[in-house]
Design a binder for this molecule. Structure first.
Ligand SMILES: Nc1ncnc2c1ncn2[C@@H]1O[C@H](COP(=O)(O)OP(=O)(O)OP(=O)(O)O)[C@@H](O)[C@H]1O
Length: 240
């Protein structure tokens, strides 16, 4: 369960509101977040794992305040970035998975064993000892997911996880995310992918302007995108 309680974000110089005060709870297993470039989608995701702290209000994840219990929140919440190279820090995939498992304080031999299991589960074993720079964008994206999921976070945040992928890898990553038992909150510009969620938020100018079913949310987003003053459509829950 993720709870925003009057949570708002100001820019670092305090001159812009990046996210207006937001109060809502997310308990669904799949939640998508859509909206124009720069509308605040990543900002909202970053609030959930404490990468960003709210300027006012608070965010609670699994009952823990991201400000007061940042470490515990980050242990429960995995984050996959759009660009996998921004989070793959070791020369090879195997080392990256092993590094991720270090946070679980396992002995080295067990880490190596577990890393092998994870790489096998994600179909990456044959690539595990190659330089990450020799992998394709899709292979890197799946590896980044494996690295994050190796420690079995209870919630996964994925920021445009399919943006860099071709059709085949897009299908692979979407199927992988669909099969996870974790709660997954993802941002995307792919409206078909957004529809695979149970609930969709539409963000516009730093405000969650619509919260409802994916189909209604997509209709709302289309209306916003085509008419300068287009309003939300459908039966979803409008937020002030
Ligand atoms: N630290 C910061 N200081 C000032 N402005 C910021 C900061 N971080 C983000 N922004 C701005 O906040 C706005 C929202 O950014 P955010 O990355 O959340 O958008 P987004 O909806 O994820 O966009 P995209 O679809 O392009 O990835 C943007 O205008 C961005 O430039």
């Amino acid at each position: 369960m993720i709870e925003f309680i009057g949570a708002a974000v100001q820019s670092d110089d305090d001159r812009r509101t990046l996210l207006h005060p937001l109060t809502l709870s997310l308990a669904e297993r799949r939640v998508s977040v859509i909206g124009a470039n720069g509308s605040g989608k990543s900002t909202l995701l970053r609030l959930v794992n404490g990468l960003r702290l709210p300027s006012q209000g608070r965010v609670e994840v699994l009952g823990q305040d991201t400000r007061k219990a940042g470490g515990a929140v980050r242990r429960s919440v995995g984050f996959v970035f759009t660009d996998p190279l921004s989070q793959l820090v070791m020369p090879t995939g195997r080392e990256d998975v092993e590094l991720s498992l270090r946070t679980r304080k396992l002995p080295a031999a067990e880490r190596r064993l577990r890393a092998g299991e994870v790489l096998r589960r994600f179909g990456l074993e044959h690539l595990a000892d190659r330089s990450i720079y020799d992998l394709s964008g899709g292979e890197r994206q799946i590896l980044a997911l494996a690295v994050v999921l190796a420690v079995e976070p209870r919630i996964l945040l994925a920021d445009e996880p399919t943006t860099l992928l071709d059709l085949r890898n897009d299908t692979v990553v979407r199927a992988l995310l669909a099969g996870l038992r974790q709660q997954v909150v993802f941002t995307t510009h792919n409206l078909d992918f957004a529809r695979e969620a149970e609930r969709t938020l539409v963000i516009d100018g730093g405000r969650v302007v619509f919260d409802g079913t994916p189909d209604d949310a997509v209709a709302c987003y289309r209306a916003l995108s085509t008419q300068p003053d287009g309003g939300p459509a459908g039966d979803g829950h409008l937020l002030p």
